[in-house]
Design a protein around this ligand. Structure first.
Ligand code: S3P
Length: 176
């Protein structure tokens, strides 16, 4: 059964490793939404990897690119956007997302996050800090920003991407 479209863009926010990319793929296959991976889009625009942007141009430059990217998106175009984990830390980003669609916060406990990010080396902010205490501290600092931004909060611990995507679509369809 094809699910009814939500007629809104969906912005997936959450900590690194919360499952934003995986869930965006599930939403694409369930709803036929167009999927945008913000980090990949910025890498394509800049012609270098996120790690190199951080190392060569600095974090502030990357944050500006995130804001510019969000502000360039159309409203209500049936896009699912997998956002970088730091996006909700800037009020301008939250406003840009609110004006363009629904904001869904994917949560996971630090143990789950560590399992998911453990072997990757494409997240400069976690390089050399892949341990539970560091992840928990960073999550706690970010929590108020994610909480303020979110229209909907969905836990991803011990759940499949399809289950999470269904919860999101059911909720958003009830809203329209
Ligand atoms: C970041 C998260 C990363 C990427 C960059 C910074 C963050 O994206 O944007 O490394 O500040 O949390 P993912 O959340 O997709 O890993």
């Amino acid at each position: 059964m094809e699910r009814q479209k939500t007629n809104t863009n969906i912005f997936l926010i959450g900590f690194m490793g919360a499952g934003k990319s995986t869930v965006s793929r599930a939403l694409k296959s369930i709803l036929g939404m167009r999927r945008i991976e913000m980090d990949r889009a910025i890498e394509e625009q800049e012609g270098i990897s996120i790690s190199r942007i951080f190392a060569e141009k600095g974090e502030e430059y990357f944050r500006r690119k995130e804001t510019e990217f969000l502000c360039s998106l159309p409203a209500g175009e049936n896009l699912v956007v997998s956002c970088g984990g730091g996006v909700p830390m800037r009020p301008a980003n939250v406003q840009a997302m609110r004006e363009r669609g629904a904001i869904v916060w994917l949560t996971a406990c630090p143990e789950t996050i560590l399992k998911r990010v453990g072997k990757s080396h494409n997240r400069p902010l976690l390089e050399g800090h892949k341990n539970i205490d560091y992840i928990r501290k960073m999550m706690d600092e970010r929590k108020p920003f994610y909480t303020d931004a979110a229209d909907l909060i969905v836990s991803t611990d011990d759940r499949t991407a399809a289950q999470i995507a269904r919860e999101i679509t059911d909720h958003l369809q009830r809203r329209v």
